[in-house]
Design a protein around this ligand. Structure first.
Ligand SMILES: [Zn+2]
Length: 326
């Protein structure tokens, strides 16, 4: 299953671009605009710009000093501590076009004009969720920082501390921006498969060896995918930003064979989203969405991983099915 443009259409699950995709965007943007002046910031429609001050015109004429990633956001640092934060949400995408390219149609929501080209933000969705924030203080930008640990630069000790800080399922923990930065539904599926751990394993039950395995899997998965996407992009601008890639092991692969053992990849569906796993590699052959779970959740799927987790906890108390005995 492979959708080039949309994260929504494939599985009905809204997915935000994660660390590897955002990193490659950051590098492509930095290569083009660091040291260059922003001539103008244009927006199309009232929704995308979420701050009132400073105004776009106050930022015009300033030079871009750096481009970085903050969680799943892209941040342009301009001179005199002015900042632009771009959150793509589900359907936002960036493009590099000739200078002054028109914001044509409803999908083109913002443009950052430079002398040699324009960075265009599009959002091909009727409900506009992508967000641009402009700041004139570093402290204001810092308020957007959810505080999650950077998985690639953390130590095993820091990683383990974040894992165990709260007792939640692994799926929720890895995707919690307060605990880990830049990991969402896609890469958490891939990481848990690589580490051979159940998505609904409670973090309080993890052994030290399992924490170390998860740490190694997280770093190597994120690193490998970043390098792969970087190589795919080359000197161009990222154009195939998607949560579903043919060479992923389990994410978006429901019903297909696990590349490690050949068993059929399974899923837990919740609201508009789903979590993919291999029962043989990750859950000792157990189907997590068993009949009891399905019956209880039927027509009333939780909206978030958090809610799914709360239901599972409630079910463990009220129903005699055991979801996770690993
Ligand atoms: Zn497997």
């Amino acid at each position: 299953m492979y959708c080039e443009q949309s994260y929504i259409d494939c599985l009905g699950g809204p997915l935000v671009p994660e660390l590897p995709d955002i990193t490659v965007y950051v590098e492509a943007i930095a290569a083009r605009v660091v040291g260059r002046q922003v001539l103008a910031i244009r927006t199309n429609g009232p929704f995308v710009l979420r701050t009132v001050a400073p105004s776009p015109s106050e930022l015009a004429g300033r030079e871009v000093k750096a481009v970085s990633r903050l969680g799943k956001r892209i941040v342009l640092e301009l001179d005199s501590e002015r900042f632009v934060s771009i959150h793509l949400m589900v359907s936002g995408r960036l493009h590099w076009k000739p200078t002054g390219a028109r914001l044509a149609g409803k999908a083109a929501v913002a443009a950052f004009d430079f002398e040699h080209g324009s960075l265009i933000l599009t959002e091909a969705a009727s409900r506009k969720r992508a967000a641009i924030h402009l700041f004139d203080h570093r402290e204001s930008l810092a308020e957007l920082d959810r505080g999650g640990l950077e998985p690639l630069t953390s130590t095993l000790e820091q990683f383990t501390e974040a894992l165990r800080r709260e007792n939640h399922t692994l799926k929720r923990t890895l995707t919690d921006p307060r605990l880990f930065s830049g990991i969402g539904n896609s890469y958490s599926d891939e990481i848990l498969h690589a580490a051979q751990l159940s998505p609904i394993r409670w973090t309080s039950r993890l052994t030290d060896a399992e924490c170390a395995r998860l740490f190694d899997a997280t770093q190597s998965l994120i690193q490998t995918w970043t390098e792969r996407l970087r190589a795919e992009c080359g000197n161009g601008f990222p154009s195939k930003v998607t949560a579903f890639r043919p060479d992923m092991a389990v994410h978006g692969k429901y019903g297909q064979p696990c590349p490690r053992c050949g068993a059929e990849v399974q899923h837990i569906v919740y609201a508009e989203n789903e979590c993919n796993y291999c029962p043989t590699c990750q859950t000792h052959g157990k189907l997590l969405a068993d009949r009891g779970l399905s019956r209880l959740l039927k027509g009333d799927w939780p909206k978030t991983v958090a809610e799914l987790e709360e239901r599972k906890a409630a079910m463990r108390d009220t129903v005699s099915i055991h979801i996770d005995t690993n």
